[in-house]
Design a protein around this ligand. Sequence first.
Ligand code: ZN
Length: 245
Amino acid sequence: MPEPTAVRRAADLLQRSGKTVALTGAGVSTESGIPDFRGKNGLWSRFDPMEYGTIGAFGKDPKKVWRMLGELLDLIEAKPNQGHLALAAMERKGLLAGIVTQNIDGLHQKAGSSKVVEFHGSMAIFSCLACGKSFPLARIRQLALPPLCPECAEVLKPDVVFFDERIPAAALSETEELLAGVDVLLVAGTSCQVVPASYIAGRVYRNGGRIIEINLEPALGGFAEITLAAGFSKVMTQLLNALSK
Ligand code: ZN
């Protein structure tokens, strides 16, 4: 349980902030039933990332990679939790400029958040690497797996960023825009150990921004001005209540 005073201090900081951005990772989706891909029961404990998570592997044997992607398709049926909903409510109240997420599950958008930068792409769009055409998730759901391009019959690839792919340029520039002039960074469900999350948190800190950390196991140490060590849904619900007073 986070200390009530810490929640109050976080709410005060958010209310005084001229611009707040959230940075989210796998930990915000675990309560929606999506295990951390890198965790004990995660996707990468069962599928070797080098064999299933690279564009090289997809090029060599896309049908094999779709054994992993098929599981992802099931996972993203998940529903947003109270924490996702609270972030969307903060945006509607004018207390959140946007979200940068490492997640590919689309749960922030399902919760109603409108400004979401997806650093690692998403499962919302599927593209044909041969003819360049793209198709929405709803269309893919109607096809047998692995889904073949209706135009040229090549195996389609979701617009997620594989391990050996670059972060899309559009995501980078949207992040830059969002981070300009940020007063408060709300870090949730990520230990910020990996680029680009580590870079974003470090940059906000160096520029004099303040960091609120929401992690079951806090990882930011002295970088965080306020640490709320509890589950995402619980903390966000309390925070939203405090912001409504
Ligand atoms: Zn095609």
